[in-house]
Design a protein. Structure first.
Ligand SMILES: Cc1ncc(C[n+]2csc(CCOP(=O)(O)OP(=O)(O)O)c2C)c(N)n1
Ligand code: SF4
Ligand SMILES: [Mg+2]
Lengths: 277, 382
């Protein structure tokens, strides 16, 4: 077995009945691989990692991997993660959510987690569709695209998740794709080690529910598209502006040191208890 | 030789029902509160905001809504904390999906719902008892649940401690239903010395992590619970799961999991169902009441006795599982049962079901935001 494959196997739950639920060509498994490599490279003990997942194909990731895993409800993973982090700030809490999960039903929790700067890492697997429920549009589906609930093309604009998280106050915001796997490892590692709220949006193809309806012949075409339609943000002349050619910038969009909510809370507690003594 | 007897440290307080709930929670070992303000429950949250930051590791957090409050409360429970949230009608409606999640993953926690007039925004500052059936059946899917109530301020404290104890003992969410009158009445109460109170905590695993089955059946039907981060790496999911906690659709595993959830509550029915009897020994007319209405009923029964009527009162402290034996006993002895409540008959329906036509059941129902007075109940008794 190749070393990387061996490494992944060290982190999977072998007492869980495989096969997994992901379709061939799905980007979600690549993100899981990247997450495992990042945790391994950082040398984090499995016992200290908590993977909190929402509901969707993306959320299913939690059951396969041998961390502390919590598969929560649709859209609310960040609220559970907030409780876990405040209850035990020593833990590395990582949230996996879909685009529908994080931005549609759970949008309120996302902006508040960002505003609070809670020390949680949010991985948002953006496949621009509701994968699990069979291909309905999400708030990240591009305008004009076809889905089961927008059979004549979506009239609504898609959310830009990076812009949204920056505006809401997240202290680390990045975007990667499941094509750029090496970069993704770096982004996820930095996000996990970042104090405060960190977000990594990952463009992750869903050939089954999105690709087929939107003129991608197969999964490979979708990965080729990711390759040619993205641009490293650091190569842009003006990284604050979106490129005119419509390419999607990827990389780190914000990285500032700000203590997480839990740090500020327990700092305050130490002060108060010192006064009371 | 003189034995040094430890002096009990009791505290007397002049407190609101809501403040007594907070005192009870802290006494029970609650170290985590997540919530969202709503009348008439807000004082619970405000006391917790003042107290928890002063307690070692105590955590208070105001969330963005009640969905988030329940999510955070469950998260904290899974991480080993005794956790609570409090709300009122509209917020309780938002919490329902997560209450079901807590039932499914067997997360011990306490939810306080101070009932106000509804539906919708209704009467935010007026009392009601209109969420009784919602507390029982509000979340989707078949599930058992424990619902408790309190009728005076001292009881607010005591029932909160009981709620935590039941939650920990049976690994289940417990709902404490108060009404606005009880929550906003100010009375003298005694906060007992922590040493005087029985405080229960969840059972944690003793086997090594590789042997641990997080949802294995036990004689009590309640599996041991390993806090996240304690070295037992488990999977927690709202999907129906097998004994390892992994999702399953196998009918035999699904059936076992569901039946155990019910059995762990059902088999301790005797422990869980709590009620108080007053003058019932020779009673011919019995009043069955709960919450602040039980206090009006108490006075009504006294007045009825003064007039020579053989009346008595059964105060329900546990609403669900419904205290069937206590009610059944009455229906064999009395000719009339009176059920006063601030709703259109949510508990009288349960009473009628147990009564099964043996006695007359008289209902007194108010949904105008007003309390039920002793004279109204007296009239129904006589
Ligand atoms: C409260 C609630 N509403 C709706 C659903 C149904 N549902 C399950 S997954 C999902 C959408 C998943 O889309 P996304 O979050 O983008 O994840 P993906 O499957 O694409 O990875 C929906 C609507 C649900 N489980 N819970
Ligand atoms: S439906 Fe889409 S997102 Fe879900 S597993 Fe298949 S390819 Fe992946
Ligand atoms: Mg999606």
């Amino acid at each position: 077995m190749a070393d990387v494959t061996q490494l992944i196997h060290d982190y999977l739950r072998h007492n869980k009945k495989f096969p997994h639920v992901f379709c061939a060509g799905c980007g979600h498994g690549i993100v899981l691989g990247s997450l495992i490599r990042s945790v391994h490279a950082l040398g984090l003990p499995k016992d200290d990692v908590v993977l909190v997942a929402g509901i969707g194909c993306s959320g299913r990731m939690a059951v396969y991997v041998d961390f502390n895993t919590v598969h929560t409800t649709h859209g609310r993973a960040l609220t559970f993660a907030t409780g876990i982090k405040m209850a035990n700030p020593r833990l590395k809490v990582i949230c996996v959510m879909g685009d529908g999960d994080a931005m549609s039903i759970g949008g309120n929790h996302l902006i508040h987690a960002a505003r609070r700067n809670i020390g949680v890492t949010a991985l948002i697997l953006n496949n621009q569709i509701y994968g699990m429920t069979g291909g309905q549009c999400s708030s990240a589906t591009p305008q004009g695209d076809i889905s089961m609930t927008t059979p004549f093309g979506s009239l609504e604009k898609a959310f830009d998740i990076v812009d949204m998280c920056k505006a809401a106050g997240a202290s680390y915001v990045a975007r990667g794709t499941s094509f750029h796997a090496i970069q993704l490892d770096r982004l996820i590692s930095s996000a996990i080690m970042h104090p405060g709220f960190s977000v990594v949006e990952v463009f992750s193809p869903c050939p089954t529910q999105y690709g087929r309806k939107n003129k991608f012949r197969n999964a490979v075409d979708m990965y080729k598209w990711l390759k040619s339609n993205t641009v490293k943000v650091e190569t842009l002349k003006d990284p604050t502006q979106k490129p005119d050619d419509g390419r999607i910038p990827i990389g780190v969009f914000r990285d500032v040191e700000e203590p997480g909510l839990e740090e500020r809370y327990f700092e305050l507690q130490r002060k108060l208890m010192g006064q009371n003594r | 030789m003189a034995v040094q007897r430890k002096k009990r440290k009791r505290r007397e307080l002049f407190a609101l029902g809501n403040e007594a709930v907070a005192e009870g929670a802290l006494l029970a070992g609650c170290s985590f509160y997540a919530g969202y303000p709503i009348t008439p429950s807000t004082e619970i949250m405000e006391v917790m905001a003042n107290r928890l930051p002063l307690i070692e590791d105590g955590v208070f957090i105001q969330m963005e809504d009640e969905i988030a409050s329940m999510g955070a409360t469950i998260g904290a429970s899974l991480a080993g904390r005794k956790a609570m949230t409090a709300t009122s009608g509209p917020g309780f409606a938002l919490m329902q999906e997560h209450i079901g999640y807590a039932c499914m993953v067997e997360a011990p926690l306490v939810v306080v719902n101070v009932m106000r007039g509804g539906p919708s925004t209704g009467l935010p500052t007026s009392p009601a008892q209109a969420d009784v059936q919602m507390a029982r059946w509000g979340t989707h899917g078949d599930h058992p649940i424990i619902v408790l109530s309190a009728s005076d301020v001292q009881e607010c404290l005591e029932m909160t401690v009981t709620a935590f104890n039941f939650a920990e003992k049976y690994r289940t969410p417990v709902i404490l239903l108060l009404d606005e009158v009880t929550a906003h009445t100010r009375e003298k109460i005694t906060v007992p010395d922590p040493d005087e109170v029985e405080i229960l905590s969840r059972v944690t695993p003793t086997v090594p992590p590789e042997w641990f089955k997080p949802y294995a059946d036990t004689a009590r039907g309640v599996p041991a619970m390993a806090p996240i981060g304690s070295g037992y790496r488990t999977h927690v999911t709202g999907l129906t799961h097998d004994v390892m906690g992994y999702p399953t659709q196998r009918p035999d595993e699904v059936k076992d999991a569901m039946l155990r959830l019910f059995r762990k509550i059902d088999q301790y029915y005797g422990d869980i169902q709590m009620s108080d009897e007053y003058m019932l020994d020779d009673a011919e007319v019995a009043v069955v009441a709960y919450g602040s209405v039980a206090r009006s009923a108490h006075l009504a029964v006294e007045q009825a006795r003064e007039r020579g009527a053989k009346a008595g009162l059964l105060t329900l402290k546990t609403l669900f599982p419904f205290p069937r034996p206590a009610v059944e006993k009455l229906t064999h002895r009395c000719h009339t049962v009176v059920v006063p409540e601030m709703n259109m008959g949510q508990m009288s329906r349960e009473v009628k079901r147990v009564n099964n036509g043996r006695t007359k059941v008289r209902t007194i129902n108010r949904v105008d935001g007003q309390i039920i007075t002793p004279s109204e109940i007296l009239k129904a008794i006589l």
